[in-house]
Write a protein that binds this ligand. Structure first.
Ligand code: ASP
Length: 314
């Protein structure tokens, strides 16, 4: 069993993962509150998880490692730069070699859209997509959904503004699909140069997404504002954004804009934040921000995902 994208998950499967992740989230919170050690289980004892990352990562890689260890699995981290990929080995040969060592799960991040889909099925490993190019980042959308559900009690009927570099964002794509499947509406807002063609068709159903040019209009009436970093590593040309200062003024959640939001509107960001560009530093640290809670939810969601791989295969 693999987790390659939100695309392939039913609404019921999403709810099952969120319910299980919620239990892990609560257990970790309770332990932290009483300064007790966070309980580990033996659910994945004897299994090994390989983190194979061809792009930079802090939160995703570390939280997959923490999640796997909390479930009793062994974890191996492979930084692609230090592997034989740098000597010309193909992706598939690398993965086949990892599988030959008897590993069980491949958590993979790759700059090419579709790379985990290519590998899945060509090896006996369970493959989890930890971000493929500008395509999908399913565990990010799941942890965002868990954060929203914990604060709002539901996902259905919510409105979420997703703001910034939607063109290059796998986070935007996975969130648009998940929120649509769960009955929420999405507002996309970005400079025209950072919006994909037919952006309004990226949801799960027609009508899931409304596209805005104006940031202030886009955040009106929403339950959460999710900011995205400009993906400089994927930018085809620097002319896509005139200047950082102008971008921050036009498409950033500034302190003044955040202060004008009604009570209860959440501020979200998948990280890494470029403070002062898409999100003012004070807002990132402010009372509405659930950015670090998203990170907590990331461990819980990844535990639920890793565990589910083996159950579904049984
Ligand atoms: N961490 C997220 C990702 O890997 C968002 C970002 O890098 O801006 O897609």
């Amino acid at each position: 069993m693999h987790l390659l994208g939100i695309d392939a998950l039913s609404r019921e499967a999403i709810v099952r993962l969120l319910d299980r992740a919620d239990t892990y989230f609560n257990a970790a919170r309770e332990a932290k509150a009483s300064s007790a050690p966070i309980a580990t289980s033996r659910a994945l004892a004897g299994r090994s998880v390989v983190n194979l990352f061809f792009e930079a990562s802090t939160r995703t890689r570390v939280s997959f490692e923490v999640a796997a260890k909390r479930l009793g699995a062994d974890v191996v981290n492979v930084a692609a730069q230090a592997s034989s990929v740098s000597k010309g080995e193909t992706l598939l040969d690398t993965v086949k070699n990892l599988a030959a060592m008897g590993t069980d799960v491949l958590v993979m991040r790759h700059p090419a859209s579709g790379a985990p889909h290519f590998v899945a099925g060509r090896t006996p490993l369970h493959v989890v997509n930890a971000g493929d190019g500008a395509h999908e980042h399913p565990t990010q959308a799941l942890l965002d959904a868990l954060t929203l559900r914990r604060h709002k009690g539901r996902i259905e009927g919510l409105r979420v503004a997703i703001c910034g570099d939607i063109l290059h964002s796998r986070v935007a794509r996975s969130n648009a699909l998940l929120l649509g499947k769960m009955g929420a509406k999405v507002h996309f807002v970005a400079p025209r140069t950072l919006l994909p063609a037919a952006a309004d068709e990226l949801g799960a159903h027609p009508g899931d997404i409304e596209v805005f040019d104006d940031f202030d209009m886009a955040i009106r009436g929403v339950d959460a504002v999710m900011l995205l970093r400009i993906q400089n590593e994927r930018l085809a040309s620097l002319s896509m954004v005139p200047s950082t200062a102008e971008y921050a003024r036009t498409f950033g959640l500034t302190a003044a804009r955040a202060a004008a939001l009604p009570d209860g509107v959440l501020v979200m960001h998948p990280g890494p934040i470029n403070r002062g560009v898409e999100l003012a530093g004070g807002v990132a640290d402010g009372a509405r921000s659930v950015v670090l809670e998203q990170v907590e939810a990331g461990v819980a969601v990844r535990m639920a995902v890793l565990e589910s791989l083996f159950e579904a295969a049984a």
